[in-house]
Structures are given as structure tokens and as C-alpha cells.
Design a protein around this ligand. Structure first.
Ligand code: UGA
Length: 436
């Protein structure tokens, strides 16, 4: 099938590449000339494990191509995915900014040939697909098309696997004709017995927000329980394991930490709250999850200060991991972006390291932050080391070496990677989240 993807950001690029891998002929179109030039040379602008190899393979096998030209990209396509960004609006009110979605709809409208399904892949408020339909209809009254919603559930760092082996695929359509096109696109997944939930467009749009909001609630819940654990001398690791063994609760997303970040949960929870508000309803549990998440970051700053005797002024802090999670270079809404400036404001010096995110981090963090060449370099003469993101590289540190280069052996483990007893036996003062 001939498929066009509009937007070569994270979602568009992964979707386009994986659909090409399924055997479809995919054209990715983006206005960013530099990005398209790089992609044509085989250079992938984001760090996502396995993506560059898959891009190059499919370009080589002539199923994947890149262009800036809608006239080249859209005519002949049987399906067009809109995968442009939907950032929080600049007004700061939490609404999703749909400018790029409608721009894409207008641009593609004039280039449609034959029956085409226009599929929203970006995370968009309920009702957006219908608005896209109106925009296309106004721009090209003769176009033969349907709109559909097909939300993505990709995790950064695991996106290829999530696309190729999803828990489910959600398809929101209003006609059988559109459903058949989407079923054809995802045919390779039918062969793997992947459940396909076929529903209305509005349900599909809301499903995406509900899934992310539920996961955000789960994280905020476990973070608050971790805080209670600290108060009563209980252990969050054993507790999370025990409740997670209940199939109704499930063991995933029960890891306490410095709060959730990234380009999805913070933005999508706020956007969902705006949708709810607009309809005169309430979603207090998600409001609470958002508040708890902000409080968790502030609590981490307090935890770090207390681990250093009440003040970080004049102290050198080694920070390991800056990105919002491992296996990505994404710094959007990373806890580090809130926690590090707060520490610097209180007089700390920060020496940081991240395996992939230092270049991005420099755009988000104060200029005073120094960047180290590895974890040991970051820890040189440090008064404390803070494990902020659980990269594999930090899971088996040479603790003797770390201790020998530090000024004081204070280890603050915001991801509970290490066993407190082990760290104590190595001579560290250990602090985790939700454990003694
Ligand atoms: C999330 C969802 O997991 C995907 O299903 C969804 O498609 C995606 O958003 C999206 O909307 O595009 P992602 O933001 O890549 O994916 O990352 P997650 O693995 O979900 O992690 C989000 C944040 O939660 C990270 O900061 C992570 O450290 C934190 N987290 C996660 C915890 O603090 N504890 C946990 O137990 C799990």
C-alpha cells in the first residue's frame, strides 16, 4: 500500500519506518529541509535504539523515502498519517496547540487523488479528526476521503518493539471502507494475533489520553506511597512487588522516582484536564496526579539537601543521568530540568553526565552546569552523587572507584537502582526513594 506520513518527528519517523518494514511503500514529508536532507543521507535526528538501522534498510530497499514536497508525497497515497507535533499551547493553559495539524490538513487536501484515509496519529483532543475533516472539505470540496484516529502507544527507547509487537492497536473510524484500509495497513499484526480495537473516532481519541493519564496516576500513586514508606520505615520495593503480583494491579509502572517527565505524560494530562473542563466535567484523580508529580520533584530537592546536612550551598553534586528516562536523548520535562536549577539556586555546583543526553541537556539546564566525560569524572571531588536517570551504564558502577574519587561518600539514588545494604557496606551514606 502507498502511505504518506506527515511529520518526521519521533512518532512520524517511527511509524513511517515500521510501516515500510511491514512492506508498505512509505513517503515521509516534513517542512524541515535540514531534517529531510539529513534523513536522505541516512542520518536519524533522534536517538532511538534500532531506528537508524531500520531507516537505512528500508531506504535501501526502496520502501521508504523522504521529501519536503507535498506534491511529491500525497498524490497516489491510499492513507495519509498526520503525525505532526501537538505541543502545549504557548498560552500556558495546557491546551494542545493544533496549528500544525490544521496546516497539514490544508496542505494535503489539495493533493488528494482517489479515495484516501486521513489518519490522526498525533495525540489530539477529542473532536480533532472531525475538525480535520471540515478543513479538508473546505479546502477541497471534491476530495474522496475519510478521517480516522489511530493513536500511538510507543514508549521512547522501546518504540520499534512497541510498534512491531503492540499490546493492541486502536482504530477509530466512521466507515467500513476506512476500517478496511486500516486493517490492511496493520495486516502483519493480525498474523501475530494482535488485538485490534475498532471503535468510533471520539473513543479512539479519548483512549490515548485515558491510557497516559492512567499511567501518570499509577506513578504518582506509587510515589506517594513511597513517601509514606519513608515516614513509617517501610520498604517501597517489597511493597510494590507485593501489590504488583495482584493481576488486577499489575507490576508495571510501580517504580517510584523523581516524578514522571517526557513529552507525553506532563502534556497529555494537562490537555485531558482542559478537555474535561470544557465539557463541564471533572477528573480530580488526574488533577491530583499532576500536583503530586510537581511535589515529588520539590521533595527530591529537599531530600538532597537533607542528605547533605540541610544545605547544598558550596557543595559539588555529581548528577548521573539527565534525560527523562534511559535510552533516549529527550530532555523535555525531565525531572533534572526542575531539580538541577533548584539546587544551583541554593548554591550547589553541579557536574553532570548522561550517556546520550548532554547535548540536549545543555539547551535546558543553566549554563553553570559542568558536563563530565563519564560517571567517575562527574564524581571527582563531589560531596554527593545523585542517580537521576537509571541508564544501564549506571547500574554496575565500580563503587570503590566512585568512593575513592569523591570528597564525601553520599549516594542519593532517586531510582532505587542500588541495594541500600550494599552501598552501606561500601562505606556510602545511602538515600533512596521510599526505603530506609
Ligand atoms: C509514554 C507511554 O508509556 C506510551 O505508551 C505513550 O505512547 C507515550 O507516552 C506517548 O504518549 O507518546 P514515554 O513518555 O516514552 O511513553 O515514557 P514512559 O516509559 O511511559 O515513561 C514516562 C515517565 O514516567 C518517565 O519519566 C519515567 O521515568 C517515569 N516512570 C515510568 C516512573 O517514574 N515510574 C515508572 O514505574 C514508570
Amino acid at each position: 500500500m502507498n502511505i504518506t506520513i506527515i511529520g518526521t518527528g519521533y512518532v512520524g519517523l517511527v511509524t513511517g519506518t515500521c510501516l515500510a518494514e511491514f512492506g508498505h511503500h512509505v513517503t515521509c514529508v516534513d517542512k524541515d529541509e535540514d531534517k529531510i536532507r539529513q534523513l536522505r543521507k541516512g542520518k536519524v535526528p533522534i536517538y532511538e535504539p534500532g531506528l537508524d538501522a531500520l531507516v537505512n534498510k528500508n531506504v535501501g530497499e526502496k520502501r521508504l523515502r523522504f521529501t519536503t514536497d507535498f506534491v511529491e508525497a500525497v498524490p497516489g497515497a491510499e492513507a495519509v498519517f498526520i503525525a505532526v507535533g501537538t505541543p502545549s499551547s504557548r498560552r500556558g493553559d495546557g491546551y494542545a496547540d493544533l496549528t500544525y495539524i490544521f496546516e497539514a490538513a490544508r496542505e494535503l487536501a489539495g493533493n488528494l487523488t482517489g479515495y484516501t484515509v486521513i489518519i490522526d496519529k498525533s495525540t489530539v483532543p477529542v473532536g480533532t479528526a472531525r475538525q480535520v475533516e471540515r478543513v479538508i472539505r473546505q479546502t477541497n470540496p471534491d476530495a474522496d476521503f475519510d478521517v480516522a484516529s489511530n493513536p500511538e502507544f510507543l514508549r521512547e527507547g522501546a518504540a520499534i518493539n512497541d510498534f512491531m509487537r503492540p499490546d493492541r492497536v486502536v482504530i477509530g473510524v466512521q466507515t467500513d471502507r476506512a476500517r478496511q484500509v486500516l486493517q490492511e495497513i496493520y495486516k502483519p499484526l493480525y498474523l501475530l494475533d494482535t488485538p485490534i480495537v475498532s471503535t468510533t473516532i471520539e473513543t479512539a481519541e479519548l483512549t490515548k489520553y485515558a491510557a497516559n493519564a492512567f499511567l501518570a496516576v499509577k506513578i504518582s500513586f506509587i510515589n506517594e506511597i513511597a513517601n509514606i514508606c519513608e515516614a513509617v520505615d517501610a520498604d517501597i520495593s517489597a511493597l510494590a512487588k507485593a501489590i504488583g503480583m495482584d493481576g488486577r494491579i499489575g507490576s508495571k509502572f510501580l517504580h517510584p522516582g523523581p516524578g514522571y517527565g517526557g513529552s507525553c505524560f506532563p502534556k497529555d494530562t494537562l490537555a485531558l484536564l482542559r478537555i474535561v473542563q470544557e465539557h463541564g466535567e471533572s477528573l480530580r484523580i488526574v488533577e491530583a496526579a499532576v500536583e503530586v508529580n510537581s511535589a515529588q520533584k520539590a521533595r527530591m530537592v529537599k531530600k538532597i539537601r537533607e542528605s547533605l546536612g540541610g544545605s547544598v550551598a558550596g557543595k559539588t553534586l555529581a548528577v548521573l543521568g539527565l534525560t527523562f528516562k534511559p535510552e533516549t536523548d529527550d530532555m523535555r520535562d525531565a525531572p533534572a530540568v526542575t531539580i538541577i536549577p533548584a539546587l544551583i539556586e541554593k548554591g550547589a555546583m553541579v557536574r553532570a553526565h548522561d550517556p546520550k543526553g548532554m547535548q540536549e541537556a545543555a539547551k535546558y539546564l543553566p549554563a553553570e552546569v559542568e558536563y563530565a566525560k563519564d560517571a567517575y569524572d562527574a564524581c571527582k571531588n563531589a560531596d554527593a552523587v545523585i542517580l537521576m536517570t537509571e541508564w544501564n551504564q549506571y547500574r554496575a558502577l565500580d563503587l570503590k572507584k566512585i568512593r575513592s574519587v569523591m570528597k564525601y561518600p553520599v549516594f542519593i539514588d532517586l531510582r532505587n537502582v542500588y541495594e541500600p545494604e550494599k552501598l552501606k557496606s561500601e562505606g556510602f551514606h545511602y538515600t533512596g526513594v521510599g526505603r530506609k
